[in-house]
Write a protein that binds this ligand. Structure first.
Ligand code: RFL
Length: 391
């Protein structure tokens, strides 16, 4: 098979939320880019994961004239509830008063971003196999891959955006000694379940059996979360056990439905620093992981995409490299801020329930803090602003 050689300004590896958002921002700004995605379109658009776009993310899409990407498969406007030991918390101050944040299933956002990008003439190549990045330290790095016909293609560019998630090739292309990995494991996992059932009740249950959550992902789809030991496997959670445990932790009846996916997600924080090397820039899960309790992973990916888009635009259109030079520092400041929030809320919600991990003393502290959050307007303001991403 032959080899095709091409040129572009930016190669984006990965058509997830970070890659597609960046691609759309660049395309709207007249900057050429090619997105390389290893999976097929159908697979990418069906992957159900996150569902909450925080206030900052919603305002960002509005500012770029792209708020239409948040529409589709509407989820009824629902307020979150919180249960402790089977009793619903009487919230004197609501936790969801960050007005702009919305529920938007990740696959809806990905589908819409893909449509908008392709309609605007964007170059998005699915089923790009064996992507490899070369000369990332040089003036003209390149990405090579095999297309679906088996031909090798090489794309030379000015910059590469590594948006290919935690297990992608981008970060692995950086010499290991050039990156520092900061990580923390919480010592427990979530069984994450996707079920064909409307979310009812909606919210988080704190119980001595462990945390549970039920969050809408569409009119007839929900994500269920059940805290479990790190060495649990999905096979240890047959359907009947999932529904029984949900009811026991919520202390309320939960409608049952078909379970379509079950996986164990360890709760951990990871940050790689710096987030760039030569002309390769890391975005989203390729550079950091936050525990799902914080619902910030997707939102951090959106932030990275906007920071890099503005930096590349300044570099190409105004010959100003300062934003690109500061890309890693700018993102890391925001990421550590969100990591601080993620650590706080993860420990608060889990310590208040099953004391077997952190002990009774931490449990009582967490319960006192929860009560303060529910009854103190000052504490609640802090919480709302953090969860709304207003900081
Ligand atoms: P993505 O979305 O994983 O996209 C990466 C893309 O790169 C492709 N890829 C490659 N392409 C080419 N060559 C390669 N070698 C490649 N390797 C991979 C992949 O196919 C994919 O298309 O990463 P991105 O863009 O950084 O976005 C990150 C978010 O997806 C992630 O942080 C969130 O889903 C995390 N997350 C949540 N975040 C929130 O903000 N709110 C939530 O409520 C929330 N819930 C969740 C979550 C993650 C979950 N899982 C699966 C761990 C719930 C769950 C269950």
């Amino acid at each position: 098979m032959g080899e095709t050689r091409e040129n572009t300004a930016v190669v984006i590896v990965g058509a997830g939320v970070a890659g597609l958002t960046l691609g759309n921002f660049l395309l709207r700004s007249g900057i050429e880019c090619v997105i390389l995605e290893k999976h097929g379109r159908e697979y990418v658009e069906r992957r159900q994961r996150a569902g909450a776009i925080d206030s900052r993310g919603v305002r960002m899409f509005r500012a770029w004239g792209l708020d239409g990407v948040l529409e589709g498969d509407p989820i009824p406007k629902v307020g979150n509830g919180y249960w402790i030991d089977g009793k619903k918390l009487p919230l004197e101050y609501g936790w969801d008063d960050n007005r702009d944040s919305i529920f938007c299933p990740q696959q809806v956002l990905v589908r819409n971003l893909t449509d908008v990008f392709l309609r605007a003439g964007g170059d998005l190549r699915f089923e790009a196999a064996d992507v490899s990045l070369e000369d990332i330290d040089g003036a003209r790095p390149r990405a090579s891959y095999r297309d679906s016909a088996g031909s090798t293609r090489v794309v030379d560019c000015d910059f590469i955006a590594g948006c290919d998630g935690y297990h992608g090739v981008s970060r692995a292309s950086i010499p290991a000694d050039a990156l520092t990995r900061y990580a923390h494991d919480y010592g427990y996992s979530w069984l994450s379940v996707l079920a064909q059932v409307p979310a009812e009740p909606v919210g988080i249950a704190i119980s001595s059996r462990g945390l549970a959550g039920m969050i809408p992902r569409g009119p007839n789809a929900s994500r269920l979360y059940l805290q479990c030991p790190v060495d649990d496997t999905p096979a240890q959670w047959p359907e009947g056990r999932v529904w029984e445990e949900m009811e026991a932790r919520f202390g309320a009846s939960v409608p049952t439905g078909r379970i379509i996916d079950k996986r164990i997600v360890p709760l951990r924080c990871v940050v790689f620093s710096p987030m760039s090397h030569g002309r390769l820039y890391l975005l989203g899960d390729a550079a950091h992981i936050v525990p799902p309790m914080s619902a910030k992973g997707l939102n951090l990916a959106l932030h990275d995409a906007e920071v890099l888009a503005n930096a590349v635009i300044a570099r190409i259109q105004k010959d100003d490299a300062s934003l690109l030079d500061g890309y890693s520092d700018t993102c890391l400041r925001h990421i550590w801020n969100y990591q601080a929030f993620a650590a706080w809320i993860t420990e608060l919600m889990h310590n208040a329930g099953d004391a077997s991990y952190e002990g009774e003393f931490r449990k009582q502290i967490a319960r006192a803090e929860l009560e303060r959050q529910c009854t103190s307007p000052a504490a609640n303001k802090l919480f709302s602003e953090l969860i709304g991403g207003v900081n």
